[in-house]
Design a protein around this ligand. Structure first.
Ligand code: NA7
Length: 540
C-alpha cells in the first residue's frame, strides 16, 4: 500500500515524541505512546508501513522465525483473529499483516510518509529535539525515538565500473515494487548471505543462466517450510498468552523449535551426536543450534555441528568442486544461521554456476557484465545481495547532535556506545529501539521490539509524570554496559568470524561486537534498572 498523505500534525507546535521509522517497532511505539496520551508523529522515508518488510521484496524473501511467534503479542484479539498460511511467512503476507495492524489500530493518521529525517539537534535551552526532514519540515519534540531498524541501510560495494553496467541492477534490500521477470536473462548474484540464499532458488527457476559470486560460504539448514499446521495453530491460539510468556523466557526468545539441551556435544557419543543433529535437521529451523548447550561457546562442539552441515552439502551437491566451495570453514552460528528451501540443490541445475571470488576476485563491472581476474561473465542483470551497514548505518546517516554539539558520529567513532542499547550518553531524551548493545538481531526481533517499546513508554511516562526536563545515561553506567556486552561476547565464539555483528562487512567500520548476547537475562537487567528508579540515569 503506497501512502502519500501528510498528517496535519507536522505543522503544529511542539510534540511530545517523534518516532523515526514506521516498521514493526515504530508502529507499536506510536500505538503505546498514543495510549499513554502523548502527541506523537512518525516520520517514515518509505511510502508505506513495514520497514524491513516494506523494502525487502526480493523473490523468496521470508522470515526465519515461525509465523505464530513472529507477530505482535500486545493484543489478544489481534493474535486470535490473524491467520497465517505458512510455517514461515513470506514477505507479502508479513507486509499484509503489518498493514492490517496499522489500519486496525488507526495508526496511519500518525505517520508522515515519504519523509527522510536529515538532522536532529538537541536544544539544551528548551530541552527539546529539533528535527529537520528532506521535505523541509522543522519539527520540535521533547522525545526522539529511533525505530530505524537494524538492517535498513543497504551495503552496495564500491566495485569499479558499477555505474557503467548497461543492464539492470538490484539490491535485495531495496527491491522494486513491481514484479521482475528474469526469464531469458543472464543473472549475476553477488553475495551468499541469508537474502541470497533465499533468492537464488527463485531466480534460478526463471532465468536463462545464473552466476553466483561467492566471497564466503555460508551455513544453511533447511527451513522445512510448508502450510501451517492447523492443529498446532489451534493449540497455540487456545493459550496464546502462555505460549508468548514461555517464548519470552527462551534463549533468543525463540520458542517452538528452539528446544534447547542441557548437554555438551562432547558428552554425547558420535552416534548420539549424529542422531540429534539429524533429528533437528529434519525438523528444520534454528533449533539445529539448540542441539547442545555449548555450540556457540566451545569450538570442539561447534566443529561437530559444522561438519554435520558440510556433510549434508557434499551429499546434496553433485559436483564435488562446487560442493567443496559451498562448504564453510568458519564457526557455525557466528554469522546468523541461514534457513533455506532448496538452496544447495539449486547448484545441481545445469545453468547455475558458482564463482569463488576469493580465488578469482571481481576486478570491475563492465557495461556487459563482471570481469574477474581470470574470467569475464556476460550478464543482463546484477543482483547485489550484499547486505547492510547493520545496526549503526542508518543512525549515523542522520546528523544527530546531542548536548554541547556532540554528534553521534563523533560519540561512536570507535564503535557504538550505549547504556542498555536504549540510550546514549550526551543525547538526552533520545531512545533507540533495538540499538547496539541490546539483544535485537540475536533474538526474535518482535519480542525484543515489544520489550523495548514498553520499557520506553513507561520511562517517558515517568519523566512526564515527575515533570523532569530530560533523562540521560550516566557516563559510568554506559562505560560499564559496553564493557559488559564485550565481556559476554568474548566468552563465546561469536567474535571469531567476519560478520556484520562486528561491522566486518563494511570497509573502515570499527570492529566492535554490537549486539548483547544474553536474552532473556537482558530483560531482567532492564527491569532492575527501572525498578530502582532508573539507576544509571540522571534526570534534570
Ligand atoms: P549478509 O548476511 O550480510 O550477506 C551479504 C553477503 O554479501 C555475504 O555473502 C557477503 O560476503 C557478501 N558481500 C558483501 N560485500 C561484498 C563484496 N564487496 N564483494 C562480494 N561479496 C560481498 O546480508 P543478507 O542481506 O544476506 O542478510 C542480512 C540478514 O537478514 C541476515 O543475517 C538475516 O538476519 C536476515 P562475506 O560473508 O562478507 O564475505
Amino acid at each position: 500500500m503506497e501512502m502519500t498523505t501528510r498528517p496535519f500534525i507536522a505543522n503544529t507546535g511542539q510534540l511530545d515524541a517523534i518516532i523515526v521509522g514506521a516498521g514493526i517497532a515504530g508502529l507499536y511505539m506510536l500505538h503505546r505512546l498514543r495510549q499513554a496520551g502523548l502527541s506523537v508523529l512518525v516520520l517514515e522515508r518509505g511510502k508505506g508501513v513495514g520497514g524491513t518488510w516494506y523494502w525487502n521484496r526480493y523473490p523468496g524473501a521470508r522470515c526465519d522465525v515461525e509465523s505464530l511467534e513472529y507477530s505482535y503479542s500486545f493484543s489478544e484479539r489481534l493474535q486470535q483473529e490473524w491467520n497465517w498460511s505458512e510455517r514461515y511467512s513470506g514477505q507479502p503476507e508479513i507486509l499484509d499483516y503489518i498493514n492490517h495492524v496499522a489500519n486496525r489500530f488507526d495508526l496511519l493518521s500518525g505517520i508522515q510518509f515519504g519523509t527522510k529525517v536529515e538532522k536532529a539537534r538537541y536544544d539544551e535551552t528548551h530541552a527539546c529535539w529539533i528535527i529537520n526532514t528532506d521535505q523541509g519540515d522543522r519539527i520540535t519534540s521533547k522525545f526522539l525515538i529511533m525505530a530505524t531498524g537494524c538492517l535498513s541501510s543497504a551495503n552496495i560495494p564500491q566495485i569499479e565500473g558499477r555505474e557503467s553496467f548497461k543492464g539492470a541492477t538490484y539490491h535485495t534490500g531495496s527491491w522494486p515494487h513491481h514484479e521482475i521477470d528474469f526469464s531469458g536473462q543472464r543473472v549475476g548474484v553477488i553475495g551468499t548471505g541469508s537474502s541470497a540464499i533465499q533468492a537464488i532458488p527463485h531466480i534460478a527457476a526463471e532465468c536463462e543462466s545464473l552466476t553466483v559470486f561467492q566471497r564466503t560460504a555460508n551455513y544453511s539448514v533447511p527451513a522445512r517450510n510448508g502450510t501451517i499446521n492447523k492443529t498446532y495453530e489451534a493449540e497455540v491460539k487456545a493459550n496464546y498468552a502462555e505460549f508468548r510468556k514461555r517464548n519470552r523466557m527462551m534463549p533468543a526468545a525463540l520458542g517452538s523449535t528452539f528446544t534447547g539441551s542441557n548437554q555438551s556435544a562432547l558428552e554425547a557419543s558420535p552416534e548420539e551426536q549424529q542422531m540429534e543433529f539429524a533429528k533437528r535437521w529434519n525438523i528444520g529451523g534454528f533449533g539445529f543450534l539448540g542441539a547442545y548447550n555449548d555450540l556457540t561457546i566451545n569450538k570442539e562442539s561447534n566443529d561437530v555441528a559444522a561438519e554435520f552441515v558440510r556433510e549434508r552439502i557434499r551429499e546434496t551437491v553433485a559436483d564435488a568442486n562446487t560442493a567443496g566451495l559451498l562448504c564453510p570453514d568458519s564457526v557455525i552460528g557466528c554469522k546468523r544461521l541461514c534457513l533455506d528451501t532448496n538452496y544447495f540443490e539449486t547448484y545441481n541445475m545445469p545453468h547455475v554456476h558458482l564463482v569463488d571470488i576469493r580465488e578469482d576476485p571481481i576486478q570491475r563491472i563492465m557495461p556487459t557484465g563482471i570481469r574477474c581476474k581470470n574470467t569475464v561473465y556476460e550478464l543482463d542483470d546484477i543482483v547485489f545481495a550484499t547486505g547492510f551497514d547493520a545496526m549503526t548505518g542508518t543512525l549515523l546517516r542522520i546528523r544527530i547532535t546531542g548536548r554541547s554539539g556532540l554528534t553521534l558520529q563523533d560519540a561512536w567513532k570507535a564503535g557504538p556506545r550505549t547504556y542498555l542499547g536504549l540510550t546514549v550518553k550526551g543525547f538526552p531524551n533520545m531512545f533507540l529501539i533495538s540499538g547496539p548493545g541490546s539483544p535485537s538481531v540475536l533474538t526474535n526481533m518482535i519480542v525484543s521490539i515489544e520489550q523495548h517499546v514498553e520499557w520506553i513508554e513507561r520511562c517517558v511516562s515517568y519523566i512526564l509524570e515527575k515533570q523532569y526536563s530530560a533523562i540521560e545515561a550516566e557516563q559510568g553506567s554506559q562505560d560499564g554496559w559496553v564493557e559488559h556486552v564485550n565481556l559476554i561476547a568474548s566468552k563465546t565464539l561469536y567474535p571469531s568470524c567476519n560478520s556484520w555483528y562486528r561491522g566486518a562487512n563494511i570497509p573502515g567500520k570499527p570492529r566492535v561486537f554490537m549486539p548483547h548476547i544474553g536474552f532473556p537475562t537482558y530483560v531482567a537487567q532492564c527491569e532492575e534498572v527501572e525498578s530502582a528508579g532508573y539507576s544509571g540515569f540522571e534526570f534534570y
